[in-house]
Structure formats: C-alpha cells, structure tokens
Write a protein that binds this ligand. Structure first.
Ligand code: PFF
Length: 453
C-alpha cells in the first residue's frame, strides 16, 4: 500500500517545507537587492500567483491523479508516449540540485557552529571574507559538514512519508516560523533599521525592465520548487480529501511570507550596520560574509544580542534547507522504490551515497578543483547554473503544456474539485494560463537566462 500524508496540515507543511529553503533566505534577498527592492518584490508576488500557482496546481494534479513517483506519473497518465522523459528529467534534476544544494547547506552547519562557539566575536569586516574563503577552500571541513547534512536528510526520508517527512515537517516548519518572527522583530527594532525598511516598502519603478521581470519569474519558480516533480511527488501522497487549490494557495502564501520576512531580517539589519543597500553591497556572499559582519556591527555594544541573533539565524537557515533537501531526496528515493522495486532503505541509501560523492566534487570546486572548469564554470557553478537556468524552466514548461494541452479536461476538473465535491472557480482561466501564458513566460525566462534576449 502506498503511504499518504495523514492530515491536511501535514500535506501543507511538507509542501511548504520543500518550497521554503535557501531560495527564500539566500537567493531572494540577493535578487531583491540587485533588482531594486520594493518594485522587484511586487513583480515577484505577481509571478508567484499568476504563473507559479497554476504550475504548482499542475504538479498537484499530475501527482495525485497518478499516485506515483514523478517518472511513473507520466508513464501512467500518458502510456506509450515520450512524456515519460519529462518525469525522468525531473529525477535527474533532483540529483543535480541536491548535489550542490547540500554544499551550501553544509556551510550553514559550520556557521551555526562558529556562532555557537562565539567565534564571530570581535571580528571586523576584513576578517569575514578570509574566514569564509579559508573554510570553503579547505578540502575536508566543508565535506564533513556536507556529510552531516546529507545524513540528517537521509534519517528523515528513510522513515517514510508519514513517520518521516510529515512528522518532521510538522516539527521543523513551526520552529522555523517562530525563529523568523523573532528575528524580524529583532532586526526592525535595531537603531538605523529604517533605511532597510523603506528599501523594501518604497517601490522605485524606474529600475524595472524586462530583465527584472524575468529574474522575478525565475526566482518564483526556484523558490516554489517547481519544474522537477518535487511537488508532484508530494502530491502523490495527498489523500482524496485534500483540496489541491487550497493547499497550493497556502504553500504560495507561506513561501512568499517567509521570503518577505527574510528580507525584513536582512535589509534592516544591513542598514543598521551601515551598508548601502542601493549600491549592491548585498551580494552573492550575503549569507557567509556580509551577514556575520552585519550581526556583529548592528549590535556592536551588545555582544550577547549579537551572539543570540547569529546563532538563531544560522539555525533557521539549517531548518529551511533541511526541509527542502528532504523533498529533493524523496523524488529520487520514491523513483527507485517504485520503478526498480528497491526497498525504501536501500533506495534512500543509494541516493544518499551518490549525493555525498557528487556533493564532495562540488565542494572541492572551491578548493583543489577550482581550476577544473567546463564552459568557464567550476563544477559547483555548472550544477547550479544548469539546474536553475535550464532544467527547472524546461521541466516547468513541459508540465504546464502537459496539463494544459494533453490531459483530459475532465481529469483536471475532477482532481481540482475532488470529483465534484468542492467548488472551484476559475478553471477556464487556469487552463488558459497553462496553455499559453505559462509556457511563453517560461520560454522568456529561459531565453533571458541564456542571454538570447
Ligand atoms: N525551493 C527550494 C528553495 O527555495 O530553497 C529549492 C528547491 C527545492 C528547488 C526543490 C527545486 C526543488 F525541486
């Protein structure tokens, strides 16, 4: 018998856990900083609800109607066709994302450790880049952290859908929410936080151009975990009473709220520490160079607060990343169990060991392998770039085309209304978006990221 999420709240929290991750706390503030603040946020929210929500509903429809892993889903719903490759592509993408994601996730363990043992105390802006580059380029330390992280993920996944994923999502997500709330309150009440708050609230539309819109859409996709069958796999565990529309709406709202709240932690704290938000001070090194310094400077006279704030922050990032790696792991584990008849523990072990090996290679690309490049990118960059710029958008485009054009309208309607027991409005609009708006918009992101625009 296939396992199910036992409760509606469990289903929402598991899917939200997949969505909320490094994408919200690391990538979103960077994109917001780069693309001009509040105006970007408004466009981002538009993308989440106009394109992200419909594509998420498509993944839900595919997953729950097929009751199968993402590759099996297409085999069942479109037997004898080439659609199965979309599912297989998803599994492959899961492998690739997981392998580099755990490198960054591992770094957060090291930073939580540095925070716990008070090693940021007394450091200045000049020290943090050195601390980071020494750590990341060390061949062993990051690998130890990565291995710990993959094992944590393995531990949850191997327990199964109800006792592993659902149970831990119910524990981790509320903890994450409480931490974010506490940190937002701490950050906005810092002296000097006002500039950061207005950066997030006063839109400057003069900076908006086509590129900004496409970046917002790419970020929305990444943040909602769309395009590789993660949410399709989770939806295959939803029970028959779960309302797909309500669940999708909840996940979109939670994911957006957490991203915004991460913004309300990072920008006010950065302005309190004297950073100039408009000048692009908030860069890619945000989480590991800028922020530890921000936490030191913002509470320069209150070392205890600095200590608590840093520790809680890195704990938060670990929790967020963990609920996402669980979902990435589950895509591959369920694929191997259902398609090749592996026992769950064996399938999970294969994925865990493979990810550790690939993860090690990605990790070493900051040290001994940094000069090994393909198309001008290190292995880590190549994995990151290919998955977020190529594989996810391609997957997302095919998913919306599959539900918009291929699946029977009655099947889609039956899933969305739970066979006529729920009232769902806007089905026509949804199908229109899936047929035309989403594929074209995604094609836009895609061409933009390949610099073909
Ligand atoms: N949504 C995750 C985040 O925001 O960090 C990243 C992610 C997880 C992307 C799972 C894609 C995916 F399938």
């Amino acid at each position: 018998m296939r396992e199910n999420f036992g409760s509606k709240i469990g289903a929402v929290l598991a899917a939200a856990g997949s969505a909320v991750g490094l994408g919200n706390i690391w990538r979103f503030p960077i994109e917001t900083g780069r693309n001009g603040g509040a105006a970007f946020i408004l466009i981002y929210i538009g993308c989440i609800f106009l394109i992200g929500l419909p594509v998420m509903l498509s993944e839900f429809v595919i997953g729950r109607s097929s009751q199968a892993n993402t590759a099996g889903a297409y085999r069942k719903l479109a037997p004898g066709t080439q659609w199965k490759w979309v599912g297989r592509l998803g599994v492959f993408t899961g492998f690739v994302i997981m392998s580099y994601y755990v490198v960054v996730a591992g770094w957060t363990i090291q930073y939580a450790w540095l925070a716990l043992t008070n090693q940021f105390a007394g450091k200045t802006a000049e020290d943090f880049p050195v601390i980071f580059s020494q750590f990341a380029s060390n061949p062993w330390q990051p690998i130890v952290c990565l291995v710990i992280f993959v094992w944590l993920t393995h531990y949850v996944v191997v327990k199964g859908v109800t006792r592993g994923i659902e149970r831990w999502s119910k524990v981790l997500m509320p903890m994450l929410f409480i931490l974010v709330m506490g940190l937002v309150i701490g950050a906005v009440s810092m002296p000097g936080a006002k500039a950061g708050i207005s950066f997030l609230l006063q839109p400057d539309f003069s900076k908006v151009n086509g590129g900004v819109v496409l970046n917002a859409m790419g970020q929305a996709f990444y943040s909602l975990s769309l395009g590789m069958g993660c949410l399709c796999t989770y939806a295959s565990y939803f029970n028959r009473q779960t309302s797909l529309a309500r669940t999708a709406l909840n996940v979109c709202v939670i994911d957006t709220l957490i991203a915004l709240m991460a913004g309300f932690i990072i920008f006010p704290a950065a302005s309190a520490a004297g950073y100039h938000l408009q000048s692009g001070d908030i860069g890619a090194s945000l989480l590991f160079i800028t922020l530890p310094n921000v936490f030191q400077q913002a509470f320069a006279h209150l070392p205890l607060l600095s200590y608590v704030f840093s520790l809680l922050f890195y704990l938060l990032v670990i929790l967020a990343a963990l609920t996402s790696t669980i979902s990435l792991h589950e895509v591959v584990t369920s694929y191997m169990t259902e398609e090749f008849g592996f026992r769950r523990s064996r399938a999970a072990l294969v994925e865990t060991v493979t990810c550790m090996l690939l993860g090690c290679i990605c990790s070493l690309s900051f040290g001994p392998l940094q000069n090994h490049k393909l198309a001008g990118m290190t292995i880590f960059d190549l994995f990151d770039w290919t998955s977020s710029n190529l594989l996810l958008p391609i997957g997302g485009m095919f998913i919306s085309i599959f539900v918009g054009w291929y699946l029977k309208r009655e099947l889609v309607k039956g899933e969305l209304t739970n066979n006529g027991t729920l009232r769902v409005r806007g089905l026509r609009v949804l199908i229109f978006i899936l047929r035309f708006v989403a594929p074209l918009a995604i094609l836009g992101i895609f061409l933009n990221q390949l610099h073909l625009f």
